[in-house]
Write a protein that binds this ligand. Structure first.
Ligand SMILES: O=C(O)CCC(=O)C(=O)O
Length: 312
């Protein structure tokens, strides 16, 4: 309890920037008194086509443009070097980090002096293929690598049938990394549907979850934003959803609508279906604000969840 009678949740300070540690922000009457710490994110909704070299060059160009506009963390979409589809993954796949796409991302991050969440690419590792996100620091060093954990296998008759598992292998790791002392978690597209995975990343102290994803014209309008808002609301953190632009001539038509969602669960900025870049400030103090005002993190009844018997 602070001097204003506001209940403060002990566990809130471990999930935010270390500069907040032991310095909670007190929230009262909609005003926040405390430090404002954050960074500028650019969410780049790239147009992706069949020409891999062109896709990579376009990503590099957009990274430099975003840096010029002040972005500190730049996020690219799922499958940005290749059209999305199981028939393409083998042809476009590369080893990480020695392949041409990774080399271009590393160089762009270093030249621009920014952190790049490099969307995803089909990764070749021995006989296996993965859908993999790489993260590059401002010196061009590989900071993190996340292999999609939940493969996109669905069947909605007459709408969409997709079976990534026919060609891809699933990752088996939870991936987080640190950017300027802020912990960030990674998930890829279908991973967004699994709250358990997001909670593990939140429990590791993430303030932001970044999901490169390419939802489609059936599930996109129904679930893309809803799922992002659900993850942000449940876990009281920032969520960035990064899609490729919509191309109606492609075999798989991406929904677009890249969105940044705040810890209240509100979309604070979003694109439409066209190629473009969204710039926004991520204010980490909002995490404290929400967690202090709605302290669900220290109200969870794990004693019940972990022991209750389900009656038949
Ligand atoms: O979950 C969905 O509806 C779409 C997922 C997807 O497109 C993917 O995992 O690549």
């Amino acid at each position: 309890m602070n001097s204003n009678g506001i209940e403060l949740c002990e566990s809130t300070t471990d999930a935010v920037h270390p500069r907040f540690a032991k310095k909670p922000v007190y929230a009262l009457g909609g005003m926040v008194f405390g430090l404002c710490v954050g960074f500028k994110i650019a969410i780049v909704q790239l147009a992706v086509g069949p020409d891999k070299t062109k896709n990579i060059a376009n990503a590099v160009k957009e990274i430099h443009k975003a840096k010029e506009k002040g972005a500190q963390l730049i996020a690219l979409p799922e499958c940005f070097n290749s059209p999305y589809g199981t028939q393409y993954f083998n042809e476009y796949a590369e080893e990480v980090p020695s392949g041409a796409t990774c080399r271009a991302l590393s160089q762009a991050a270093a030249e621009a002096g920014v952190c790049v969440v490099g969307g995803t690419l089909p990764e070749r590792c021995g006989p296996k293929l993965y859908n993999t996100c790489t993260v590059w620091d401002s010196a061009g060093k590989l900071l993190a690598k996340h292999r999609k954990v939940h493969l996109f296998d669905i069947d909605i008759p007459n709408k969409i049938t997709f079976k990534e598992s026919e060609v891809l292998s699933a990752g088996d790791q939870i991936t987080t990394f640190e950017f300027q002392g802020v912990k960030i978690g990674l998930g890829i597209c279908y991973d967004l549907r699994f709250p358990e995975m997001a909670r593990l990343m939140a429990d590791q102290g993430c303030s932001l979850l970044v999901y490169p994803g390419a939802f489609n014209m059936t599930t996109g309008p129904k679930h893309w934003e809803l799922l992002g808002r659900a993850r942000a609301t449940d876990l009281q953190l920032w969520v960035a959803l990064v899609s490729p632009a919509r191309d109606t001539s492609a075999g798989y038509v991406a929904w677009g609508y890249s969105t940044l969602i705040d810890p209240w669960g509100s979309p604070v900025a979003k694109l439409d279906e066209k190629a473009g870049t969204l710039f926004a400030d991520i204010d980490l103090s909002t995490i404290e604000e929400v967690r202090n005002q709605i302290p669900i993190r220290c109200q969870r009844r794990t004693d019940i969840y972990n022991t209750i018997q389900i009656s038949k």
